[in-house]
Ligand binder design. Structure first.
Ligand code: FAD
Length: 617
């Protein structure tokens, strides 16, 4: 079938209209009044990305106007939670700008709860403030919509385009309209990727139809990494996957319960297991166990050991804290604002949280760079505070010229969350505008032949199906293609069993990882034969491809880091302890898409904020 090809030229192309992308679009317009700014999104920016269904808290707010926290305090916190390994320049840069962004959200109509006694924002915890956040995403999307020259919704971006004359220079992206199948070629002077992290790389605990109910949105398909890795951009900390302690079966958040309502978790016998496990954790990770608050992964670890010892279920004692009507409302609203499914679990299991405790469990691993972990692209830092090793020109530019990132895309700086991801989009955009101005004389060049080849590649799964369906033997089974669903289930099983998923209690080793790589190689080969019966399945196919490449990157990084730095996130059984002498470094990788080879490296960790004696080794 002949397909229409549409060319869209822009100065700045933003891929993904989530929090990073919306921030980037807004700020691009501020600095680039006359520039053509194009935002492209696979869903609809009104309700897309991790915040699609709303949030109940903004997890990154300093409160500098009231002297609550300073950016330096936040750097110390993020460093502690990540057991020493964060890009302090990037974390600091977000912390110093995040408050003003939150104030803008409030001006745009986001209701932020106030403490009636102080008049300040109501704190959930030291860094979190409570919001009525059901409409958080549409509010933020409106600002992006008004700033962009054009917004293209429903375009799945499949590949980034490189300059045909300068090998390390970005030139745009290609994708297709998921509704009518038009092929899109976006040519741009600078590109900012904000395409979000990845769920469904690991087998989820939920089964059957419930597989759509994972903690991280099922539509977050690791495109931030799947798009960037093939360009040869340097990636970092891809082994730093996140595992979350959440309410069982509904993945409901625990933050408001632990921090605001001050509920406690115990084992089935009612014992506070974390302190009992202290000596064992200390033997594994040394002084890191003494960091306050205890790093998130170590709290997971204590719980996992308890479950392994048969002392579960682990219970959150909601019934002990819901002693007023107001607290009860906060408890329910916390779920209704962002994880309605958990309220449904309560209803379905006859749980009245005032009467009964609720079970907690750890999730399957996810890959992301903006929550409590920091996988992503290695980026240039801010001019005024990034050490020379971390700086090559433009803030948040990857090692590919003109290619920027924000939110989950950028590695090394955890705990950005929603507001911090928007801030990072703003920072990236400001630098991207400058990049475009500085390089006016050298517009990117795109090779027509390459575009033609890419078009064939993008639609090949439909061709595979068109031909292969003639051989269907029963139902949907055909010998010459696999479906996207079969592909994702295979990927999840490989990652779960070989690369530290929940069914292995997050344990892996050199031998398991190498066997996992063999399986991934075969899956990659089979992807050439994936069949897509319609445009929806074509989107699923490319989402799978982004996930597979991300999975390979995670496996390579996990193999490279020969220590167990974050017990509770994953374990190298063959290197069970934290090893600061060898591994107080970031891991780095560069992928060669022509040969399929990975070049691994160690990248330096620099301290720019002092304090926190515990981390001296
Ligand atoms: C379950 C969960 C709970 C959270 N809770 C909180 C909280 O309580 N408070 C808080 O402050 N933060 C919270 N966060 C963090 C916050 O949601 C993220 O930090 C933030 O959304 C990251 O921004 P992003 O732009 O990187 O990704 P996203 O906001 O997810 O945006 C990515 C965008 O890219 C689009 N996209 C993806 N692939 C493609 C493609 N190939 N082509 C085109 N478009 C594409 C997506 O549709 C999406 O719109 C939570 C995150 C999760 C996952």
């Amino acid at each position: 079938m002949a397909r229409r090809t549409k060319f869209v030229d822009s100065d700045i192309l933003i891929i993904g209209g989530g929090f990073g992308g919306c921030g980037a679009t807004y700020e691009s317009r501020y600095w680039g009044r006359d520039l053509k700014i194009v935002l492209v999104e696979k869903a609809n920016i009104e309700r897309s990305g991790a915040v699609a269904q709303g949030l109940s808290a903004i997890n990154c707010y300093m409160g500098m106007q009231w002297g609550e926290n300073q950016p330096e305090d936040f750097v110390r916190y993020a460093r502690g939670d990540l057991m020493g390994l964060v890009r302090e320049d990037l974390v600091y840069d977000i912390a110093r700008h995040v408050d003003s962004t939150v104030h803008m959200f409030e001006e745009w109509g986001l209701p932020i709860l106030k403490n009636p006694e102080t008049g300040r924002y109501l704190r959930e915890g030291k860094w979190q403030i409570m919001i009525h956040g059901e409409s958080y995403k549409p509010i933020v999307a409106e600002a992006a919509r008004k700033s962009a020259t054009e917004v293209y919704n429903r375009i799945m971006v499949t590949h980034l385009l490189m300059d045909s004359k300068r090998p390390n220079r970005i030139a745009g992206a290609v994708g297709f309209d998921v509704r009518n199948g038009d092929f899109y070629v976006f040519r741009a002077k600078a590109v900012i990727v904000g395409a979000g992290g990845g769920s469904h790389i690991y087998r989820p605990r939920s089964v059957g139809e419930g597989m759509g109910r994972t903690w991280y949105a099922p539509w977050s398909t690791a495109s931030a990494y799947g798009l960037v890795i093939p360009t040869g951009a340097k990636m970092t900390q891809m082994e730093n996957k996140i595992v979350l302690t959440r309410f069982k079966d509904g993945y409901g958040p625990v933050g408001a319960w632990f921090l605001l309502l001050k509920a406690h978790a115990t084992n089935a016998a009612g014992e506070f297991y974390e302190k009992d496990r202290y000596p064992e954790i200390k033997a594994r990770v040394g002084h890191y166990v003494d960091i306050q608050p205890m790093p998130t992964c170590l709290r997971n670890h204590a719980m996992l050991e308890e479950i392994k010892a048969g002392k579960g279920p682990i219970y959150m004692h909601t019934q002990k804290v819901l002693d007023t009507k107001e607290k009860e409302e906060i408890g329910w609203e916390d779920f209704l604002d962002m994880t309605i499914g958990q309220a449904v679990v309560w209803a379905a299991q006859n749980i009245d949280p005032k009467e009964k405790p609720s079970e907690l469990i750890t999730s399957e691993p996810y890959i992301m760079g903006s929550h409590a972990t920091c996988s992503g692209a290695w980026a240039s830092g801010p001019e005024d505070c990034a050490p020379a090793d971390y700086q090559w020109g433009y803030n948040r530019m990857t090692t590919v010229e003109g290619l920027f990132g924000a939110g989950d895309t950028i590695g090394g700086s955890a705990h950005k969350f929603s507001a911090g991801s928007f801030v990072e989009g703003r920072l990236a955009a400001k630098a991207a505008v400058r990049y475009v101005m500085d390089h006016k004389a050298e517009p990117p060049r795109v090779d027509d032949e390459h575009i033609k080849r890419l078009q064939e590649v993008v639609f090949k799964p439909m061709e595979n199906y068109r031909v292969g369906r003639n051989e269907i033997v029963a139902g949907t089974v055909a010998p010459s293609y696999i479906t996207p669903l079969q592909g994702i289930q295979r990927l999840e099983k490989i990652m779960d069993e070989y690369v530290g998923g929940y069914s292995m209690f997050y344990v892996t080793s050199d031998a398991l990882l190498n066997r996992g790589l063999e399986h991934l190689e075969m899956l990659t080969a089979d992807f050439e034969h994936i069949g897509a019966e319609d445009l929806h399945q074509l989107q699923r196919a490319w989402e799978l491809q982004h996930r597979i490449l991300t999975a390979e990157s995670v496996t390579m990084h996990t193999l490279f880091r020969q220590e167990t730095r974050w017990p509770g996130y994953y374990y190298r059984a063959d290197h069970p302890k934290l090893d600061d002498a060898e591994w107080h470094v970031f891991t780095g990788s560069q992928y060669d898409s022509k040969t399929g080879e990975w070049k691994m490296s160690k990248l330096p960790v620099h301290r720019i904020v002092e304090g926190f004696e515990l981390l001296r080794t």
